[in-house]
Design a protein around this ligand. Sequence first.
Ligand SMILES: [Fe+2]
Length: 195
Amino acid sequence: MERRKFLQVAGLSAYACSLSGFTFVNEETGNIDGCPTTRDMLGPFYKKDAPFRNIINADSTDRLSIKVTGKVISCQTQAPLANTLIDIWHCDDRKNYDEEGYQCRGRFYTDESGFYWFKTFIPPPYGGRPKHIHFLVNKQEGYKELVTQLYFKGDRRIKLKNWVKYPWDQKRILEIKQNEQNESEVNLDLYLEAD
Ligand SMILES: [Fe+2]
């Protein structure tokens, strides 16, 4: 088995330590420090053409409202990527995905700083899975599409060998913090790999 193939199968990458400190650079791709953001399942419930909106669900009664913020960033240059289209979706209060309409679904573009945000509520866990929100960072010129999910720190359903297989996956388990507006907020920067 050739080495590249072996690394793919093993889910490993070769890393070299740079002279500037503890920054890790992938020898094959030139990606920096844990890039790209690791992938996760698309799952069966993605639905195209969600409405454009940042307020996905603000009116859930018994779930914690959450603001999600972050940037979309190029792995190779570390530059923010403006005008990147992001889809997000999650289950509703009753653990269902809306397949008729677009409840708990939305999409939006990053701004000129590569920044994105949305507000919704923390979805309940279902089917033995931890609480999670799905992301599809749509393909933009020069970069690969990214399908991933975010999780919440402290969720006891997160078990290392199930949902977080590799060290970089842990960057998608997010700590909930209170922001200056006294909202609960998590931050997830999304690193895209060049084509
Ligand atoms: Fe899901």
